[in-house]
Design a protein around this ligand. Structure first.
Ligand SMILES: Nc1nc2c(ncn2[C@@H]2O[C@H](COP(=O)(O)OP(=O)(O)OP(=O)(O)O)[C@@H](O)[C@H]2O)c(=O)[nH]1
Ligand SMILES: [Mg+2]
Length: 458
């Protein structure tokens, strides 16, 4: 009799040996005692009987497979020759070239669902989040797989409940494959923008010989991306132009996403709504110092701009977060002026107000920097440019550290520290809490905590 207290399985009640032993002994041609479920007779007899059954089965299998293949060919190929209607499998025709800066196209209309797989039409992608907001990804076609990895995590951890749209930007047209796969991965609508040439080229005021010489020198000095022109376009674009793209005109908020990031905790509130309701304008996850060799004259240029435009300095600015230890307590106008410590909010993650960049203060600041030429003669990053502006033009209380978010961009990651937070937000951080970048000696987080205090999760 089967005794649940001692027997392992109700299926073979008397069997108490390792269940895999029966297959092992079958291979070796012996049956262990007491197993009645496997059959009777010696192994060679049973083997030849099985062989006949096996041949019959093989014939049946071939017929079934042939039938299935025939059906699939009929299913996929025949409808393509039908003549009317998108739903009946109308062949996809690439659209004519779109003018630069416009949406590349309405991606959904370009799918053939029978070839590309199921896809939710735009009209069914109702946005549940109430803010005028979009994810923004500047990206190259060849980074598709890393884009999908980033999207998958953000969708699973947050956006599948809110369906905020995704806006993709590129200096060359997106490929069919990129559009199809990213649209499949999104729960919200997707739009694809082609960046106008003047937002991604060397402006007339730049002396190109001087620029080339500077790039060569930086490359020789092994400055990261020091010899790259496309990296310079990217940094200038993210500083002065992404927020001017027509596709973003309808939004007030954006969440910048980069390919290949890690996003480790559930976010079960709406960060855009949080930003609006709590009067925040700029949100970050990681802060660290910039390579000084890439921004030699960024701070002197900033001081010059602020001297001409002192009205833009917020009365509750985060100036001290930007200043070297020896200069703590100084003003911008101190003599000698304070030095910049290089700390910036890492801009590969940003949740921020587009109006911050659309403001008169920031537009004038960007124009001043662009005229100075440091995006090309040096290699000014959009991160220090954004951060200096956010620290000077906003009040400290308008800048938010998303301490509840677990985040990684190579080579640094951070996660919330409190245990209860990990449980609550179901964080899965692939490193120990003590290795969170907030606690690393390079992190500027302690400087931020000093002036802004700690947020929950820090
Ligand atoms: N369309 C386009 N996107 C670019 C180009 N260069 C960089 N990007 C995108 O701009 C963002 C920042 O570029 P990254 O190469 O990630 O720069 P980074 O984060 O400073 O450096 P790593 O991630 O360490 O390489 C990413 O989303 C890139 O996909 C480019 O030439 N064309
Ligand atoms: Mg990156």
């Amino acid at each position: 009799m089967y005794n649940p207290a001692t027997d392992r399985s109700p299926i073979s009640p008397s069997f108490t040996a390792n269940p895999f032993d029966k297959y092992k002994s079958a291979r070796e041609g012996t049956l262990p005692d007491g197993i009645n479920g496997i059959g009777t007779g010696s192994w060679p007899d049973r083997f030849s009987a099985r062989k006949k059954v096996g041949e019959r089965r093989r014939v049946v299998r071939v017929i079934v497979i042939a039938f299935l293949v025939g059906f699939l060919i009929w299913f996929f190929v025949t409808p393509l020759n039908w003549t009317s209607g998108r739903n009946s499998g109308e062949l996809y025709t690439p659209p004519a070239d779109q003018p630069e800066g416009k949406a590349q196209h309405d991606s959904i209309d370009r799918f053939n669902p029978q070839v590309d797989g199921p896809i939710i039409p735009h009209e069914s992608r109702e946005q549940f989040g109430k803010e005028k907001a979009s994810f923004v990804m500047l990206i190259r076609n060849q980074e598709l797989q890393d884009a999908l990895k980033s999207m998958k995590q953000i969708e699973d951890r947050f956006n599948h409940r809110y369906h905020y749209p995704w806006t993709f930007l590129n200096d060359v047209p997106f490929t069919e494959e990129f559009i199809r796969e990213t649209t499949k991965r999104a729960s919200g609508k997707t739009e694809y923008g082609l960046i106008p040439k003047e937002h991604w080229s060397v402006p007339d005021n730049i002396d190109q010989d001087k620029m080339r010489a500077a790039m060569k020198k930086m490359e020789q000095d092994r400055v990261i991306y020091g010899g790259s022109l496309s990296y310079r376009h990217m940094c200038r674009f993210n500083s002065g132009f992404f927020w001017r793209q027509e596709l973003l005109d309808k939004y007030e908020w954006y969440w910048r996403v980069e390919p290949g990031i890690g996003f480790y905790c559930d976010v079960d509130y709406d960060p855009f709504e949080f930003m609006r309701l709590s009067g925040k304008k700029y949100g970050f996850t990681i802060t660290l110092p910039e390579y000084k060799s890439t921004i030699a004259t960024l701070w002197p240029q900033t001081l010059e701009f602020m001297k001409k435009n002192p009205q833009y300095l917020n009365s509750n600015s985060s100036l001290q977060y930007l200043l070297e230890d020896k200069d703590q307590g100084k003003e911008l106008s101190s003599d000698p002026p304070p030095e910049y410590n290089g700390c910036h909010f890492w801009s590969n993650f940003e949740i921020a107000s587009l109006d911050l960049w659309r403001s008169e203060a920031y537009r004038n600041y960007f124009d001043h920097l662009d005229n100075a030429g440091g995006f090309f003669y040096e290699r000014w990053g959009d991160a220090p440019v954004h951060s200096i502006a956010a620290a000077l033009f906003l009040g400290t209380q308008e800048v938010h550290h998303f301490a509840d978010m677990g985040y990684m961009h190579v080579p640094w990651s951070r996660c919330p520290q409190p245990d209860e937070f990990h449980k609550y937000s179901k964080c899965v951080c692939p490193f120990e809490k003590k290795d969170s970048f907030d606690l690393n000696g390079w992190s500027c987080q302690p400087r931020w905590w000093k002036i802004a205090g700690k947020e929950y999760g820090a």
